[in-house]
Design a protein around this ligand. Sequence first.
Ligand code: ADP
Ligand code: MG
Length: 338
Amino acid sequence: EKTVQRIAAGEVVERPASVVKELVENSLDADAGRISVRIDGGGTEKIVIEDDGIGMSEDDVQLAVEEHTTSKIRDIDDLESGVATLGFRGEALYTIGAVARLTIRTKARGGEAGTELRLVGGDVEEIKPAGRPAGTTVEVTDLFFNTPAREKYLKTDSTEFSHVNRVVTQYALANPDVAFSLEHDGREVFSTTGQGDLQSAILSVYGREVATAMIAVGDERSEGDDERDTEDAERTELAVSGYVSHPETTRSTREYVATYVNGRYVRSSVVREAVLDAYGNQLAPDRYPFAVLFLSVPGDSVDVNVHPRKMEVRFGDEGTVRKAVRDSIENALLDDGL
Ligand code: ADP
Ligand code: MG
């Protein structure tokens, strides 16, 4: 039975970036003001996520690594259908613990003592007191050491790290009030201040050259919307805000379009295409802009469950989304004299 669980867990934990995503979400859930992510060897050697959140008592941490709902990952067939839609809910730590060595060091805010728990392949190996300030450190080493089939699918360290980088970047941009830092093989990749505004998060993540060339879109834009905008907003209840880069500030991959729907990071080919459309022939061939776009859409017109692990979103009304994104960026570029 352990084997089935391990294989199943290996299917859900696709790669180091999936681990990082779950652990960062836990830290955010725990009210962290600071989250540091340290990665070695693309994440297969080591992933360490440290936060200053509410932490856990000894009892809490023992519960946290247990399998919460036994039926969830019972059957591999379930994974491709319904279960994957639920993602890890309630058992990310359990699932990660099944395919790696997991150490959690934690202390509850206002708690007396800290706790260290070590889990290997899903079994608690050790639990002992540990001194530390309030918060939680989760250390994941030797990811997939017991699931060679999954390990085979991993790409090079630098590719795996680029996925991790994208995940941490997404969360840093969506949570400018949290101070994020990311390190790979001992070198700092970026750190944000946690000061609370998107512009300073963009500066920290993408650097000064990009940040100074960003143009505000939608709500963030200065007044003076034409009437058509207002009508559209009323008809669709769809709002677009954020920043896009000057057409000359580009990269050679399209991965710098970060889209958030109702606050949640998603991937959307519709949005990516609409962004490119808006620039039209202002972009050089095979060059892509930076964009950080927040879409607020009525809940019933969006289906985020299409490819949960890939986070590709499907919109009920693609045409409206496409037009709203394109129009708001076109207007922003026009306002900027482009
Ligand atoms: P879920 O997040 O869906 O509840 P997880 O397996 O990710 O499931 O986490 C289990 C529980 O462990 C959480 O509900 C939370 O109580 C606790 N926990 C996990 N990570 C942290 C953290 N960084 N700080 C405080 N508590 C945590
Ligand atoms: Mg979780």
